[in-house]
Design a protein around this ligand. Sequence first.
Ligand code: SF4
Length: 721
Amino acid sequence: MTEFTKTLCPYCGVGCGLEVSPPAQPNKATNRDSKGNPIWRVRGNKAHPSSQGMVCVKGATIAESLDKNRLHYPMVRDSLDQEFRRVSWDEAFDLITKQIQTVRCTQGAEALCVYGSGQFQTEDYYIAQKLFKGCLGTNNFDANSRLCMSSAVAGYIQSFGSDGPPCCYEDLELTDCAFLIGTNTAECHPIVFNRLEKYHRKNRKVKMIVVDPRRTPTAEAADLHLAIRPGTDIDLLNGIAHLLMHWGYIDPLFIDDCTSNFPAYAEVIRHYSPEVVARQCEISIEDLETAARYWGESQRVLSLWSMGVNQSSEGTAKVRTIINLHLMTGQVGKPGAGPFSLTGQPNAMGGREAGGLAHLLPGYRVVTNPQHRAEIEDFWGLERGQISPNPGLTAWDMITGLETGDVGLLWIAATNPAVSMPDLERTKKALLRSPFTIYQDAYYPTETSAYAHVLLPAAQWGEKTGVMTNSERMVTLCQAFRQPPREAKADWEIFAEVGRRLGFTKEFAFANSAEVYAEFVQLTSDRPCNMTGISHELLQSQGATQWPCPEESSTSATLSDQKAGGETKRLYTDLRFPTSDGRARFGAYYSKGLAEPPDPNYPFVLTTGRLYGHWHTQTRTGRIEKIRSMHPEPFIEIHSRDAANLGIIDNQLVQVRSRRGNANFPAKVTKAIAPGTVFVPMHWGALWAKDAEANTLTHPESCPDSLQPELKACAVQLIPV
Ligand code: SF4
């Protein structure tokens, strides 16, 4: 009988369960790739509660990327104009530890930086936090999640007192009204959308509202599509609140008993009359009223959002303004309702749990809290005061730190900033100035490997066993089913070995990733993300498990109970929140709009986004034929009226200019985008398409609370070529 290994799809935050088996007849030519490597068979895991056997094209084809363009050996070079030369792990580790010691002595620990990834397993994240934030005393560990969902983290913390999406995927099939804002769920979180759309199709009374300047496949399925002007999300949300208040669709008991700061919020929304909001958002008053009526008349409202909300210079305010609507109508802590942020990466949630952003510590703690630091210091056996009280450098701070010379060593792992960072030309120039860059990745070459002094080959999906948490707090064991190729190692093993060579032998004496995870979960005890009941062993024997899962309840939180009708876990069902007074807080925000609004010189708003088949910067999906043929090249979507005014026809090359750089794309003339707005997918870096890098155009202006850059919008001019 065929043996299937249970694991998780390593692409998006939906976190679909997969099963993998070796090819049935490995010697048959059709079961091998062009280099003779066996192609593993992948199918959806029907028993996984999040995905129930479904997968999208990315998950279905993931195994095809396993042996393509892999980095097999450590390599080094003295300067960026030299060729890499192969070295042993021993030499690479020696070089890295010496460099860390030198930078620490000459510039201090604050000159050491790590830029990690939501592709990490939780064990990778945890060991990196222990090494850098604990043993080395710098909080300069940030992850690409900073570009993805840090506004959701800040919004949840400020409104509820803690991070953590309170909802479950089951809510998709229990809601009366799904309110999707800033998310093209159909393309970016396909299996979440499949569940929602199927339910919506069967239940015609259920309403779906989609807020997006583009008529995306998600918007196509909606009862109401609000194509607002980019940057007017807060106007819209406050306008809906204004109407709910005016029509009496609010829950005064919930507001009185469970929230604080409502009067300040009520004062703000007073100014958002339908006339003002319709004008600002460029939608009709009728559509605005329909949205408010759908929300107000529903017993259970579920809002979903993603990058369209988070990647904004007012991202945290937007998140809180969504949450405000739930608080004023009592739509939280019950089935089918709540504010649900969809995570981009497969384990950005695990990163949050393990403290994998520059202001966080493991167990949903923050570096600025003296008690939190003391708890971690005691647990790690460090002297009090060892952990810095200052938040570390964020992803963008590391780029500016390279410009000023404050960064002495940059360690990039499992991410590709030479494509994904804003203001790409500036980013690349800064990377060229780095005195010492370590690049740890499974693939080679990538756009970022061109900026590295040391390359470290990392094991990837299927080659290491570890844990990931998806958007609904479901924790899954991703089991290895094959050996890492040649000399590749798991990320956590690499960090741990560097730790031991720096003299922290006791701190990093782990025999395997199960031991790492067992240590990490102890730091979640009595925390909102309590996972003390979860272990590799439990996940292996009982399947994916949702947190909170304290030790004493681990047997009642498992998949087998859920299948038997046990309750899926939502947060805040007792309507108490982890704030100092137990109340959720309203945030009162006026809309500020875009950081870089259009003007006569740059009259269009460029918005960037993702396509169904590709994942981020294509390090995997660009090497999968089926996906490449679905999305062969980048393009720019432009409204037919704008195209006619500029004399642009379909497929014509258009030069797009912003204040930071230029890029060229063939035009896709369409009515599916609002006039005045254009769209470009962000997946193409210099390796795949010359002069068509979306982030050459974007800017790094960030939300003051989450420090997440506004990758979603900038002002551009269009020149037909
Ligand atoms: Fe993977 Fe996301 Fe597709 Fe699921 S929806 S198969 S997690 S890419």
